[in-house]
Design a protein around this ligand. Structure first.
Ligand code: NAD
Length: 499
């Protein structure tokens, strides 16, 4: 028995826990205290092959299972996730460091929502094809066929949500999956696999392997894999997309961003400040769609900053399980060092004006948290477009305020980035908000709100921020391939039928 609070974790292959053959382990760490939480077994090459073989073996029967029956199984899994919400959310809080006030209302809930959404969609005929009459005695039929074995690779910021946003449409469409969670947040994976099994998912349809990028790369390169759905950094996504492209595999890439949050001068100040805070400090700033470049009209900057400074007191560190805590630590020591380095660069090299926060630790770090990865929420102002902190994804609680003067100018500056994940506009004149948002180069956009990402809404980045989408009706087609059949009833095959 491991003395660690969350024991040992291993892979899940062919409907059961699988003892890894690599002999190698790694540790998952509690970001709030820097103490070890669990020991995880790394998958070997043989374990990876076994997981892909299990998924391959299960594919024929699962893809032939009537959609309504697949739908029932996914609904049962969603019900179990909801029934166990707080228990799973607490594990997510321990593993990621995110406050329970968030994980208990977002992470499991939005994952279960996606399961129900795709279960309903395929159960209601969402995979139906089409028949086109070409002439009296000929027609063609196009159907949507499952792809085969799909690989899901997750980031660490929304672990079980990412696992569900990938596996829900994948399994609903009749595919099977091998899922690799981030090595920083692996604890949810066995629980999810066991819930699927208890809900009636046949053995081999959903499998889990653990490990770092080497395990991910081996999965992507495996010749029996038909599709890769990846969530992570742009630089990793480029490698994954390249490797998938070599094997002509389908690929969905959910990557990073440096998204603009555009405040218009007629906005409701309170809502704009709340929105900008949501776009920078939720999940301690570790949200891919964060609006970290906050463009504020020069004439309202003083009022905006004053109200923002007053409200920064509402961003509260504390015991991560306490309902009043809404700021947890960052996920890992390596990420903590990276974010603090960006704050240092902002102060010393970019020479941006530090309005709030900085390199000090936040107040109210809970007892035992001295070695934890707590970063002070930070606001820089007077930022310019060329600053490092205004161009690179920091992925921590660091807001950059960029003053602007005209609408054309803000649109041009907002778009002058290689990334295009999200964007948002705050203003009372909705026509103007629409006009501005229409010109912003981003796949996920909000007007007068920030961050809500329901199962009904397709999400995916433009430019370097990704390929394809997750969620929403149309994303289902990214888990199927087209099959067309033309039927001729006239008995004639033209061209060579006669001399
Ligand atoms: P990361 O790219 O470091 O790792 C992501 C996953 O890729 C991990 O499971 C890792 O083990 C694996 N991996 C690493 N190298 C690999 C390789 N060569 N081949 C295959 N897999 C490999 O990302 P991260 O630090 O875990 O996550 C943070 C990033 O994720 C941020 O950039 C954030 O914006 C992004 N993100 C995007 C979305 C979205 O929907 N667009 C959602 C959440 C997070």
């Amino acid at each position: 028995m491991s003395p660690l609070p969350y024991g040992t974790h291993d892979g899940y292959i062919n409907g059961a826990r699988h003892t890894s053959t690599s002999g190698q382990t790694f540790v998952s760490t509690d970001p709030a205290t820097a103490q070890p939480l669990a020991e995880i077994h790394t998958a070997s090459a043989a374990d990876i092959s076994a997981a892909v073989a299990a998924a391959s073996g299960a594919f024929a029967a699962w893809s032939a299972t009537p959609a309504i029956e697949r739908s029932r199984i996914l609904h049962r899994a969603a019900a179990q996730l909801r029934a166990r919400n707080d228990e799973i959310a607490e594990v997510e809080t321990r593993d990621t460091g995110k406050a329970f006030s968030e994980t208990s209302v977002v992470d499991v809930v939005t994952g279960a929502d996606a399961l129900e959404y795709y279960a309903n969609l395929v159960g209601g005929g969402g995979l139906n094809g089409e028949r086109v009459q070409l002439r009296e005695d000929a027609w063609c039929v196009s159907s949507r066929e499952a792809l085969g074995v799909c690989v899901g690779i997750g980031a660490w910021n929304y672990p079980i949500q990412i696992a569900l946003w990938k596996s829900a449409p994948c399994l609903a469409a009749g595919n099977t999956m091998v899922y690799k969670p981030s090595e920083f947040t692996p604890l949810h994976a066995t629980t999810l696999a066991e819930i699927y099994t208890q809900a009636g998912l046949p053995a081999g349809v959903f499998n889990v392997v653990h490990g770092d990028g080497a395990v991910g790369a081996a999965l992507v390169a495996h010749p029996s894999v038909a599709k890769v759905s990846f969530t992570g950094q742009v630089s990793t996504g480029q490698k994954v997309a390249e490797a998938a492209g070599r094997g002509m595999k389908y690929a969905t890439m959910e990557l990073g961003g440096k998204s603009p949050c555009v405040i218009l001068e007629d906005c409701a100040l309170e809502a704009a400040v709340d929105g900008a805070m949501m776009a920078n400090f939720y999940s301690s700033g570790q949200v891919c769609t964060n609006g970290t470049r906050v463009f504020v009209p020069e004439q309202m900057r003083a009022a905006f900053e004053q109200r923002l400074l007053e409200k920064m007191a509402y961003v509260r560190a504390g015991d991560v399980m306490h309902p009043a805590t809404n700021l947890g630590p960052l996920v890992s020591k390596v990420h903590y060092d990276k974010v603090r380095e960006y704050i240092r660069v902002g102060i010393e090299e970019d020479k941006a004006t530090l309005l709030y926060g900085g390199l000090d630790r936040p107040a109210n770090i809970p007892a035992g948290g001295e070695a934890g990865f707590w970063v002070h929420p930070t606001v820089f102002t007077d930022c310019t477009d060329d600053m490092v902190i205004a161009t690179e994804e920091i992925f921590g609680p660091v807001m950059c305020i960029l003053p602007y003067t005209t609408e054309d100018e803000v649109v041009r500056r907002a778009n002058s980035t290689q990334m295009g994940l999200a964007a948002g506009v705050f203003g009372k004149d909705l026509s103007r908000c629409h006009r501005v948002v229409q010109k912003l180069q981003a796949g996920i956009n909000w007007i007068n709100t920030w961050g809500e990402s329901p199962a009904e809404m397709a999400v995916g980045g433009w430019k370097l921020s990704g390929l394809g989408t997750e969620n929403g009706v149309r994303s289902l087609s990214q888990w199927t391939r087209n099959k067309s059949v033309l039927v001729e009833m006239g008995g004639l095959v033209t061209a060579f039928a006669k001399l």
